[in-house]
Design a binder for this molecule. Structure first.
Ligand code: HEC
Length: 135
């Protein structure tokens, strides 16, 4: 009879050991607030005597647009919200995509561009920035 009690006790101990393992798992998922709201950064390198601290111009580089009819319209209408780098940084895009881009600027982003100017701009982009025409 006492053999059965012994087995039961052993089983209990095993169960306890098992649950302690589970406790460890539970802790792994509970996060303490820690140093919330603190942003830490490394200390600046101490400047030696005679050090010179120089700040240059921020490197903003907008490539020149291709020359051709409509360039002035692009510069006038398309630079209201962003630089023309948005055009030059694109890979060569199919003519239909440029058409869609101009339409998107007007319909989605609210660019105020008269219809004839929009047509001329689209023609300009298609004449210089498609896989066939881009230099
Ligand atoms: C009313 C503001 C506005 C005007 C004017 C405007 N754009 Fe945009 N353009 C945006 C916004 C907003 C985005 C997308 C947001 C971003 O990526 O910064 C964008 C993104 C672009 C992109 C990146 C590709 C894309 O679809 O997101 C191109 C190319 C572009 N514009 C071309 C043009 C051209 C060409 C014109 C002139 C016809 C023009 N934009 C005029 C607001 C404008």
């Amino acid at each position: 009879m006492h053999k059965a009690y012994f087995a039961l006790a052993l089983f209990g101990l095993l169960a306890l050991a098992q649950s302690e393992g589970d406790t460890g798992l539970a802790e792994a998922g509970s996060y303490t607030p820690g140093p919330l709201g603190q942003i830490t950064q490394p200390l600046p390198t101490p400047a030696g005597e005679g050090s010179v601290y120089r700040v240059g111009a921020y490197p903003l580089y907008t490539p020149e647009l291709a020359d051709g009819p409509g360039k002035d319209l692009v510069q006038g209408y398309c630079q209201v919200c962003h630089s023309t780098t948005y055009i030059t940084m694109q890979p060569p895009l199919p003519a239909a995509t440029w058409q869609a881009e101009v339409t998107k600027m007007i319909n989605t982003y609210g660019a105020q561009i008269p219809e004839d100017a929009a047509k001329a701009i689209t023609a300009y982009l298609q004449a210089h920035y498609t896989p066939e025409t881009r230099k």
